[in-house]
Design a protein around this ligand. Sequence first.
Ligand code: WTA
Length: 645
Amino acid sequence: MSYPYQIKSFEAYQEAYQKSIQDPEAFWSAIAEHFTWKKKWDKVLEWNFTEPKVEWFKGGKLNITENCLDRHLATKGNHPAIIWEPNAPDENHRILTYKKLHEKVCQFAHLLKNNGVKKGDRVCIYMGMIPELAIAVLACARIGAIHSVVFGGFSAQSIADRLEDAKAEFIVTCDGAYRGAKDIPLKSVIDDALIGNKTVKRVIVATRTRTPVSMIKGRDVCWEDEMKQVEEKGITFIEAEAMDAEDPLFILYTSGSTGKPKGVVHTVAGYMIYTNYTFVNVFQYEPGQVHFCTADIGWITGHSYIVYGPLSAGATSLLFEGVPTWPDAGRFWDIVDKYKVNILYTAPTAIRSLMGFGLGPLQGKNLSSLKVLGTVGEPINEEAWHWYDEHVGKKKCPIVDTWWQTETGGCLISNLAGITPAKPGWATLPMPGLQMVLVDENGKEIIQEGEETISGNLCIKAPWPSILRTTYGDHERCRTNYFATYKNMYFTGDGALKNKDGFFRITGRVDDVLNVSGHRIGTAEVENAINMHAGVVESAVVGYPHDIKGQGIYAYVIYQGSHTQDTHGTGDLVRKDILQTVTRIIGAIAKPDKIQFVSGLPKTRSGKIMRRILRKIAEGETENLGDTSTLLDPGVVDEIKNGRL
Ligand code: WTA
């Protein structure tokens, strides 16, 4: 067997699950034995959910890059670690073998050190999907710097907020990024983010688009020039920093129900072990296979299943710079055909969007290399599931529906490809080590009786190795967000069903977080951005079902600016002003799909907005709005109903 801890039958899954619950310490330490440690741990697990405090493999010393790179050199030095497919199909692709990637990471780690980066420093990485992004991430981990990757779609203001929160002193970026027909000027966004910033000392700029950039003396340096200096010295290696198992590996900002994104912190050992374990088991990876995860490294899926999970398993990970629909909607299929991809892991929103182009783009594409398909990020509707199964997997590939979160580090509920049963629309069974429960509003566990399907809020009773440890700089926020709603439990923010077989179906967020095209966006965050527009008095944002994006953003806005009377009198220009404002404050990904101008919002006497009503109207439900008797001004509801877009 290629990975001693790879589960090969349904019985083996059941056995692993039992063991993991009866004796989690024995279970996870047996897996941890298969990794490279500089020093063994003193204690496998220490935890309580009241502070909260979770420590896995405390006292152990290791470096994740030795596990992702060095340990594969003897046997896989010449195997591809990363295959990079550029945005434009006619540009040459690149292959980085384990040896090459190791060398580049060591060299860039030197470069970081030459520029003053030390263990524990925060490095913000804002780049397109080029191999240098993975190199920068791994080089930080090599020297113990904490990376914080910010997705290339976020605005200057979002970056500025994250830089400040993380107190980052270093940035790695590119001149620009290619995404489909677009050329995004990343460095100039960074320049805007740095206006007024006093903490950032150094910006390292890689060249990709050769778009003009302003390079500020003393602050900005060029990746290629700096690399040349390292290479000319003949340096190809740097000792990996000995990290404590519980030292932070990275910060990744994600949206919650408040206006300000949270810096989710993951630590070295637990994250490494869990992403590796789930990569090997969920996808049933076999050595030599090509794994293609279509996410961006700016999101957790890219961190865990493009970089750390696959590389720690010595796998070949395909990194794609572009988008699924450019130059045409056959791009994914061309890539599968070209590199003989075995595992394709993508988002339901991408599947739905490709479905819209019909079967034409699939014609003539050889997809016979595919063995396993996966989805992540949002519930998958059955229609999309069957399309994926029939037209992509040709009914021969198991589909894994992986449910997880930025905070969970790796996937927590999923079938194991071809090993445990799949059920369309259901994420199915928990991974070993995961004690999932459904609770009612009062936190009381809902006990399943007989064959009934139960429904409730999804919580977890005990820690797994890659649970978040804190939210950066504000531990109390971590406690109140995840561990205070229900006593002694981690609350996911999702609702779920559990059927007679113990399968889970995720029904969506129960908090004020939207899931738009698989991207997490807080309603409060969007409201704050809309309210920044000078003419806006107040706004309320809710989600509504959207055919392709899963959820769309619906904004109700009270507007009193002088721009109301635009040339057509429709408010369209004002809508555009508001969209522009949201793009500036958060980024284009948070732009509302619909903006309805209203004269008031439905509020209770205590001033709380009744979102339930707004949600129903946005969904098209205008009759059964529930109890409106507690509203301050019930009349406003009729106005909103009549003006529905
Ligand atoms: C949703 C992405 C249904 C869920 C890895 C969760 C899903 C949020 C699934 C986390 C799935 C993720 N089925 N819903 N398979 N996977 N979600 O932090 O609401 O970007 O809480 O992590 O996405 O989003 P995040």
